[in-house]
Design a protein around this ligand. Structure first.
Ligand code: FHN
Length: 445
């Protein structure tokens, strides 16, 4: 037996060192030492100025009209799910209509599922034939058409990309969402990451012109796995330095990531139960949510949010220094259901009047409250009174002298007093229901 019998303390200590290094290796390393390029920092500012994006969950799962988790929820086998693409023929898909709808809603960017957890590529991939061009009667690449149209209409396009894969045999060992769908109990996860995933990411960052970034999802399926983040993040930043990496891993941001996104929650909130309460003070923030209760097309989900709810959601996101990424799930024929179109047009109508108090702003300076939020831009502070019926609104002190206070829409003055204790705004009695009563405070230079 070589060497002395090591004391249990020594064994315990080295186990600790090993565990710590493994955790460090795994979580912190990502793209250690990552310095965002000037183009990336500019893209981050433009992202924050944009404030409002369209999330699109669309795939062969749309055919069943039961959301994007139908493969898992119905515990289908591979053979069963492999039939779906042959039914997917979205002859009504029109990139111009989709992009125009996003613009009409006041949205400045689109994030579409290039590949969801079923692993099916909604683009022309040479890495695997499990894709829309080779496996569907449609046989065309909708992401190419969408990318071209976005470039034409000045809308940034982001690609959602699922790291979780319920279809690829090399996604092995499988994770928390596993069920026996007929895949073999062996596979090469490193090959899955390095060849398959990075191969497809290279296609998405090479064949579609300049893109806004990659919106990752699914790491939460194997939270302790080594996802080769350093390699994947470096690949993305090397191919398109301005592309933003937006990981929906529900954890504290890791080196190499460019935006922190929260699902179904405002930054720091965790009503969804899986979001981190950590809020990055460095990275732009985003909050994603559904227009009804579903991400993918769900024929039985008519629980639509009202335009007022959506507008308030956007304002509260802005007041929390965050973007809102609002989701639609198009139908399998490529059309977007009227319930979504009507509400997006209504939001567009609203933001065409209130946009100044949203676009290009940052949250604050007064922290969000039940009464409402504030946004700021240059020497202007926008006080968004969302839920306050009393005649006086007392706000904490702000730095800078308020020169004038006016209603954003009417332009008429609002009487106020400002002293060291704070700012008091005199509000007329509430008339008809107003989504957001906005007062513009102009600060003296
Ligand atoms: O499982 C996915 C879900 O299908 C959807 O894509 C959302 C969107 O943020 N993310 C995951 C759930 O956390």
């Amino acid at each position: 037996m070589i060497g002395t019998r090591r004391s249990s303390a020594a064994k315990y200590a080295s186990a600790l060192v090993f565990a710590a290094s493994f955790l460090f290796l795994n979580s912190a390393v990502a793209q250690t030492g990552y310095q965002p390029s000037p183009a990336n920092l500019q893209a981050r500012r433009e992202f924050q100025d944009a404030k409002f994006g369209m999330f699109i969950h669309w795939g062969v799962y749309s055919v069943l009209g039961a959301g994007e988790w139908v493969f898992h929820e119905r515990k289908l086998t591979l053979d069963e799910y492999n039939k779906l693409p042959s039914f997917f023929d979205p002859e009504k898909f029109d990139a111009k209509t989709w992009v125009a709808l996003a613009k009409s809603a006041g949205m400045k960017y689109i994030t579409i599922t290039s590949r969801h957890h079923d692993g099916f590529a909604m683009f022309d991939s040479k890495v695997s034939d499990w894709n829309i061009v080779q496996r569907t009667p449609y046989g065309k690449d909708p992401l190419k058409m969408l990318a071209d149209e976005c470039h034409r209409q000045g809308i940034k396009l982001f690609f959602y990309y699922s790291q979780l894969d319920w279809h690829n045999p090399d996604y092995y060992p499988r994770g928390r969402t596993d069920w026996n769908n007929g895949r073999p109990d062996h596979g090469d996860f490193n090959a899955y990451l390095d060849n398959y995933m990075d191969g497809q990411l290279r296609e998405l960052l090479t064949n579609y012109g300049p893109i806004g970034g990659i919106w990752f999802d699914g790491m939460w399926d194997k939270p302790d796995a080594d996802w080769h983040l350093a390699k994947t993040y470096a690949l993305i930043h090397q191919l398109q330095p301005a592309a933003l990496i937006i990981p929906n891993h529900h954890e504290k941001p890791k080196p190499g990531e460019d935006v922190q996104t929260f699902e179904r929650d405002l930054p720091g909130q965790n009503t969804a139960g899986f979001n981190t309460e950590y809020i990055s003070s460095q990275l732009p923030l985003e909050s994603s949510d559904t227009l009804n209760d579903s991400w993918g097309f769900n024929i039985g989900d008519s629980h639509y949010k009202s335009p007022a709810e959506l507008e308030r959601r956007l304002v509260r996101a802005a007041g929390n220094n965050s973007n809102l990424l609002l989701n639609i799930g198009p139908m399998p024929n490529g059309e977007i259901q009227q319930e979504f179109v009507t509400r997006l047009h209504a939001v567009g109508e609203w933001i065409s009047k209130y946009g100044d108090s949203i676009y290009g702003t940052r949250g604050g300076p007064i922290p969000p409250g039940d009464w409402g939020v504030t946004t700021q831009k240059g020497n202007r502070i926008y006080v968004h009174v969302l839920d306050w019926g009393a005649p006086l609104l007392a706000l904490p002190p702000i730095s800078g002298k308020v020169e004038s206070a006016k209603w954003l829409i009417e332009g008429t003055p609002v009487s106020f007093t400002q002293n060291a204790d704070g700012l008091i705004l005199k509000l007329p009695p509430l008339g008809e229901e107003v989504v957001d009563r906005v007062i513009v405070l102009t600060l003296a230079d």
